[in-house]
Each structure stands twice: as C-alpha cells, then as structure tokens.
Design a protein. Structure first.
Length: 440
C-alpha cells in the first residue's frame, strides 16, 4: 500500500507528464536534434536504468517521450547494440541491382527490381527532399522475406487512472491504468513481387496479380462479439501512383465495402492508429513530402525478451524489456492532402533494418499529438542464418500514445509471429476480395 507522500508524488508526476508532453512543439524536437546531434554513435551496455539515471538517456529519447519513463519503479535494461544483417539473398539482390533504381520527377520509384533500392552514399549526396524519398522507398522495400502472420493480435485501449492506480488489466500489463476495451484479430501479409529470393521467377510469386501488386494483407476480427467476423483485405500496387485497395466485410450488413483514401487517415477501429501508422509507417510514399533531417541515435527494443510484450509504468504503456541504442535516419513527412488531420510526422528509421523505431506525430498547431513506439524481435542467436526466416527483425508490439487525451492503444502479437510460405492456391483463397464473405 503506497504512502500518502508517495501517492502525491505519483499524482504530481502524472500531471507533469501530461502537461509537459502537451506543450512539446515541433521546434522543441528540432532543438533536441540540434543539441544532441553528435550523439550518433552506438554505445555499449548500460545495465539496468532506474529513474535517477534518466539523464543519461536524454540524448536518446526526445522531449515528451522521455517523460513516459519518469516513474519510481522504472525497470529498463540497456544492452549493447547488436548487428542485424539481412539474409544473403537480399544482400545479393542489393549488390546485383545497385545503382539501377532511380527517383522519378514526382518522387516515384523507377527501375527497381529487388534488394535495397538506394545506398547510404546516395542518400548522403542527395538533396534533403530526394534523400527523404530514398529513405522512404528503402523502408517500404526493407528485408521482409515473403511475409508473416500471427493467429492472434490484441489491440488494447488503455486509459489512465488517478495516482497511477490499476483498473482492469490483462496479462502482460504490469503497471497502472485501465483497459477500457480490447479487440482480437488475426493478421496475414504476403509479398507478391520484388522478392529477393525468387530470381528464377523474375522476383515474383506465381500468381496472376503479382505483376501489379506488391503485397496483400488479410485481417479478421475475432473478439469481442460486436466486431467478430469483420474482415479486411488490403492490396498495395506496384505502381507507386496507385491508391491502396482497402475492402472490408461487415457481417452486420452482409456486404463488402471499399474504404476511401481519406478514411486511411482516420483512427482505425477507434484506436490511436490510422491505416498509415501500422509499424510506424504503412502509407503510400507519394502521399507525403519527405525531408531527410540527418542521423540520430534512439533507444529501441530491437530484440524483445519474449514473444509477448510486457508493459509497465503509471499507465502500462512503457515496454518492460531490454533496449538498445540504435542509429537511425531521421525523416520528416508532411501530408500532401490539406484535409489530413496530421500536420507532420517525424520518423526514426533504423539504419540496418529500416524498421520505424519511433514516430512522432504533430497536430495542426505543431504540438506533439501522438507517438508510436515499436517493439521488435530477432530469432535466437544460434539460429541458422542460411534460413531466411532466421534473419528477420519482426514486429512484436506497437504503443500509440495520444498526449492530448493521455491515453494509449497497445497492440501486441499474442501468438508468435511466423513466416508461412504461401503457395498460389492459398494466396488466391485467403487474400481474395471476392471471398471476403466466406469462412477461413
């Protein structure tokens, strides 16, 4: 039972966190980037970090975000930075097609086959806008093998309670806060083209639509009852100018509906994510203006301890895990659509994996509105690197904090992520829009 003095401390800390995060402006982030511009090298292990040690982490956690870690029972292990190489097939494709990919006059990716489209030297020599686009295309075409799946993802809507108290929480949430609602869904992604390991088939899957589609997503909601049976199929075209095809099946209406491009910017299922925010960024590159801001180190959970993420802190939205200081490329995105609710977005993209380690989202007043922190895993250290699935940094969780409301949406893989080798028959059956109304 906490003492009265400790309870007051928690309340004051919570009030400080909310007020501080709400007043963080875009210029504050720029000031932090400038102040710690030299902090670009990766550090050795720092051991277990407690609240009194947070000052050592200030160069690696931006304003607003660092306030999330200001609580008395912080348990944050910082280990030495690891090297995470992609599979040999991806490296070979990168070398084979080096220098062929180009940017079109509108920023579209041209002459790309497989591997990483642009080298770091090309990025460094380009203008800030061209370099930003190169990083964006590298992120889209990072090493992903042939796709991945999880039989159960859980999206929890976490609200704060006074004095860091705990309400209704589920397994893995070890701090305060209250889960108002959660939904469960299965998720599958398959890549159809630009596949590094399929040189014998022109780097494409053996499907009728692999010449025009880059990937397909399938999601089916499992719980609670009011959304059970809701399904989505999302298709991303090879043509960078083609809008995503987002189709949903509504069991209550017994029909398939196509979502408009503008609906991509809305909160997905009432969460703090939009369809463009999955894994930090899942949008269309050409929907944004890109600017490269330079390199920066960021603390990130790049190899989580377990398959299911654990959260702690006053609101159960800080990963209780092992962290690394990762070197990132920093880019700023501004939506081209004037009606977009987001003014700009700053992303910290891992230099090795090109995963988005952290995203900061600003509102129309240039105030920090949301942050998206990702958690990734790697296979065991003794895993055979000749197998493609053993060389992937794969998603385990995302935490989207809304500072205006002081709430969070925490999405976690409840079942281990796996890497199925979809054949053409299964792809046609599972990812077909025409089959959305049927069972799986």
């Amino acid at each position: 039972m906490p003492t009265a003095r400790f309870a007051v401390y928690l309340l004051m800390a919570a009030m400080y966190l909310t007020a501080e995060a709400a007043t963080v402006a875009r210029q504050d982030i720029q000031g932090w980037l400038d102040q710690y511009a030299e902090a670009t090298t990766r550090d050795e292990a720092m051991g277990v970090i407690r609240t009194e040690d947070l000052e050592y982490l200030r160069p690696h956690l931006p304003p607003g975000v660092i306030n999330e870690f200001e609580f008395s029972d912080l348990n944050m292990e910082v280990v030495g930075t690891r090297v995470y190489s992609s599979h040999a097939s991806y490296q070979q494709a990168t070398s084979r097609f080096r220098g062929q990919a180009t940017l079109g006059s509108d920023g579209g990716l041209q002459n790309y086959t497989a591997g990483r489209p642009f080298s770091f030297s090309q990025i460094e020599l380009a203008s800030p806008s061209a370099a930003g686009l190169m990083i964006g295309w590298n992120q889209v075409h990072r090493w992903q093998y042939r796709g991945y799946s999880s039989e159960e993802l859980q999206m929890s809507y976490v609200e704060p309670l006074a004095e860091g108290a705990s309400g209704n929480l589920i397994d893995g949430f070890r701090g305060g806060g209250h889960i108002d609602r959660f939904v469960g869904t299965s998720y599958y992604r398959v890549y159809l083209s630009h596949l590094a390991g399929l040189s014998e088939s022109d780097h494409r899957m053996d499907t009728d639509d692999s010449h025009r589609l880059y990937w397909k997503d399938f999601m089916e909601f499992l719980e609670p009852f009011d959304v059970k049976g809701l399904k989505f199929v999302i298709e991303r075209g090879v043509d960078p100018h083609e809008d995503d095809q987002v189709n949903s099946y509504l069991p209550t209406e017994r029909r398939v509906r196509r979502l408009s491009a503008k609906e991509r910017a809305d909160g997905f299922m009432g969460s703090n994510y939009s369809l463009d925010d999955f894994e930090g960024f899942s949008g269309q590159v050409l929907d944004f203006d890109w600017v490269y801001l330079g390199r920066k180190t960021i603390l990130h959970v790049s190899n989580a301890r377990g398959s299911v993420a654990h959260l702690h802190g006053p609101y159960s939205r800080v990963p209780e895990d092992r962290w690394q200081i990762r070197s990132c490329l920093v880019v700023e995105l501004r939506p081209k659509w004037e009606g977009h609710p987001v003014a700009n977005k700053i992303m910290f993209i891992d230099e090795e994996t090109y995963n988005v380690n952290l995203a900061l989202i600003f509102d129309k007043k240039d105030a920090l509105w949301k942050s998206i922190t990702t958690v990734y895993r790697r296979p065991y250290a003794d895993a055979d690197p000749s197998l493609p699935e053993n060389t992937l940094s794969y998603w385990a969780a995302s935490i989207a904090v809304n500072y205006a409301k002081n709430d969070a949406t925490v999405t976690r893989a409840k079942d281990p992520v796996v890497f199925p080798k979809f054949d053409a028959t299964k792809i046609r059956r599972m990812f077909s829009v025409s089959n959305l109304t049927s069972g799986r």
